[in-house]
Ligand binder design. Structure first.
Ligand code: CIR
Length: 254
């Protein structure tokens, strides 16, 4: 059984953190409607949903992915790189406590799970404006004794590692090579985003199903040509907050 933790869109989302995106007005009602469709999609794909309430004081709290790394053996609560996001961890840690032993990234470490790409027992950690070397070292010290290999990768030009690369099937990764060097991933089938859609590398793989933003039609076509079947979802308002599809949930086996 898969569990998916999500958190309702904050009424304060307009004041979200933005790093590589210009601020544009966000239609809160539409953002909520899109987020509900996203939750429905995850439920339809077999996830048991845990929907945490919105917090008006935490503009980015819909992006629950960033505050925890959930592995089979434990959950690592991050110390988000943006100070405004640090209080988001409390509610998510409480929601995870019944399912996993919970440990924490602590000062001086910073980490957003958007920077953590886990594939089986391999964990790649993007060193970015949100995740620092101390955060990487702390995660490595938690995971290496559990049999994981933990590798640092530098990311530039985008917010997180998973803005640049995500897994889309058992053997394929979707990638924007402008933001990450792919040498490390050369043994994978690499599918490139369409050059006109630089933000299109973030896909959410659940089992063998790919939840994918409808905002990127050219990359969608490309993925379908590669034989992948997509579950399209409109998250245009969440994209304005520099979010995408992985960031709105924490999905893990119970
Ligand atoms: C932020 O800047 O932290 C939020 N506005 C967006 C976070 C998106 N997170 C993700 O893709 N993992």
């Amino acid at each position: 059984m898969l569990i998916a933790i999500t958190r309702e869109v904050s009424p304060g989302i307009q004041n979200c953190e933005l790093t590589h995106t210009e601020r544009r007005p966000i239609d809160l009602a539409l953002a909520r409607q899109q987020h509900r469709s996203y939750q429905d999609q995850l439920a339809m794909l077999g996830c048991q949903m845990i929907n945490l309430p919105a917090d008006p004081n935490l503009p980015d709290s819909v992006f629950v992915e960033d505050v925890a790394i959930v592995l089979d053996e434990l959950a690592v609560i991050t110390r988000p790189g943006a100070e405004s996001r640090r209080p988001e961890t409390t509610a998510v840690a409480e929601a995870l406590a019944p399912y996993r032993e919970v440990v924490n990234i602590v000062f001086p470490g910073t980490m957003d799970d958007g920077d953590v790409l886990r594939i089986g027992k391999s964990v790649c950690v993007g060193i970015s404006s949100r995740t620092n070397a101390a955060g990487f070292e702390q995660l490595r010290d938690f995971l290496v004794p559990l049999g994981y290999s933990v590798i640092a990768v530098s990311v530039s030009g985008c917010l997180h590692l998973k803005s640049a690369i995500t897994q889309v099937s058992a053997d394929a990764l979707l990638v924007n090579r402008d933001w990450i060097a792919v040498d490390l991933f050369n043994h994978w089938r690499l599918i490139d985003v369409h050059p006109d859609e630089p933000h299109a590398a973030n896909a959410l793989l659940i089992g063998d199903k790919v939840v994918y933003p409808s905002s990127y039609p050219q990359t969608s076509q490309h993925l379908e040509n590669e034989g992948l079947s997509l579950f399209p979802i409109d998250v245009s308002e969440l994209i304005k907050a520099e979010g995408a599809v992985t960031c709105c949930s924490l999905v893990f086996p119970s």
